[in-house]
Design a protein around this ligand. Structure first.
Ligand code: ATP
Ligand code: MG
Length: 390
């Protein structure tokens, strides 16, 4: 595992548990924004079986990718890196050219991870597949600070939590593979399915403390290393950020994992419009509120010299969630303005009042005109004009 804070090269996997929450859209656009800011960035399509990053970058699927790397041992990871239309941004395609790859072995996975860690770049962004399979979890654990994307929907939140739970257990399972007491205990706990009924990880470690005091202390330190970042995507209103905060609380309480919030993005039809055009969203709609929101996330990443540490000004807000809440409220107003052609709700209300007043004035004029020209017997002013001969 790469500890991002100790490395000049930051590896940031993007996962989510649930499908269709925006992992690939975010991988593409955050990578592109890092590149725009002068950072050499490689975005890697690790969604084996569902590769589509090349499409999002408007690239034809004729290049070798991870699929070829797996099936041909003579290929090196750096041979797969292709340039994109954008300066500083490079892509490693997925497995579109290799049919029916299926589950990959642990050895193959280790070879991929080694290849990725040795790549030369400032940032390496990994677009992971949906679900919580061991493949996804092990790729997420390449670094200690991946991004978890969720929407405000309950299923998405529960999947994000389930994903983080698997991450924590897998991390401990791998770190303590040689410790029989640990593996037996955790293998059993790992199979428990209902999060509400499961003992907090902290209590499980307490169960083990008397038998394995040193290992437990080490496990506690290990859990501190994990610092996932949450992105709330496709929100309908700023209040929904509290759902991300609940995810943080649950993750802390049950798994002893401390997560931070990178920000929130609203449901924005322009995102799917850009996808249809096969143009990255931030290129198609650079002035939009959503593009600004993505840029803010990237600035948080770049400004954090020791990412995952967050560049926070805690005199102004309590934590990264409160900052995201403030940003979301500002964005919410701006979104309304964006969809209303540049007007705020107050401005729209004033405009409506003005229109109403003018309509009343027209009515008064009509009545006055009608009375004087036709003795008030005809209807509207248009009727009068159409009946006139010039
Ligand atoms: N903020 C947003 N507003 C509106 N639509 C969005 C937003 N973010 C993503 N989408 C849309 O959601 C769909 C799924 O996005 P994307 O493919 O990035 O998800 P994913 O998590 O990578 O899915 P998969 O698990 O299938 O790989 C796309 O059609 C995309 O346009
Ligand atoms: Mg995807």
């Amino acid at each position: 595992m790469i500890l991002n804070e100790n490395s000049d090269k930051k590896i940031i996997p993007i996962a989510g548990g649930k499908g269709g929450v925006g992992k690939s859209v975010l991988s593409t656009n955050l990578s592109l924004l890092l590149a725009v800011n002068g950072k050499k960035t490689i975005v890697v399509d690790l969604d084996l079986g569902g590769s589509n990053l090349h499409t999002m970058l408007g690239i034809k699927n004729t290049n070798k990718g991870i699929g070829n790397f797996i099936s041909d041992k003579s290929i090196a990871m750096e041979d797969l890196v292709i340039p994109t239309d954008y300066e500083n941004l490079f892509l490693i395609p997925g497995d579109v050219l290799v049919y029916g790859l299926g589950e990959i072995s642990f050895e193959e996975k280790k070879r991929i991870i080694k290849g990725l860690v040795e790549l030369d770049a400032d940032y390496i962004i990994l677009d992971l597949g949906a679900g919580s399979s061991l493949n996804v979890i092990d790729f997420f654990l390449i670094s200690n600070s991946g991004i978890v994307v969720t929407t405000p929907h309950m299923t998405s939140i529960m999947n994000a939590f389930g994903f983080l739970k698997n991450v924590a257990f897998r991390f401990l399972q791998r770190a303590f593979a040689e410790n029989r007491v640990f593996t037996e205990y955790f293998d059993k706990a790992f199979l428990e399915r209902h999060p509400g009924e499961q003992k907090p990880l902290k209590e499980m470690l307490e169960d083990l403390r008397s038998r394995e005091p040193e290992a437990v202390e080490k496990a506690e330190l290990f859990l501190e290393i994990l610092q996932p970042k949450i992105i709330m995507n496709m929100a309908e209103d700023s209040g929904e950020l509290s759902i991300a905060e609940s995810l943080k609380d649950l993750t802390k309480r049950s798994l002893s994992i401390h997560s931070e919030c990178l920000g929130m993005l609203f449901m924005d039809k322009q995102v799917s419009d850009a996808l249809k055009e096969r143009t990255p969203f931030i290129i198609q709609y650079p002035e939009s509120v959503t593009a600004e929101g993505m840029d803010r996330m990237v600035r948080k990443i770049i400004l954090s010299k020791r990412f995952p540490e967050m560049p926070l000004e805690l005199d102004y807000y309590k934590d990264s969630f409160e900052l995201a809440q403030i940003e979301a409220e500002i964005d919410e107003q701006a979104m309304v303005r964006q969809t209303n052609g540049g007007y705020s709700p107050e401005e729209i209300e004033n405009l409506l009042k003005l229109v109403e007043q003018q309509q009343m004035r027209i009515k008064e004029l009509e009545t006055a005109l009608g009375r004087s020209a036709l003795g008030g017997s005809r209807g509207g002013i248009l009727d009068q004009i159409s009946g006139m001969s010039f």
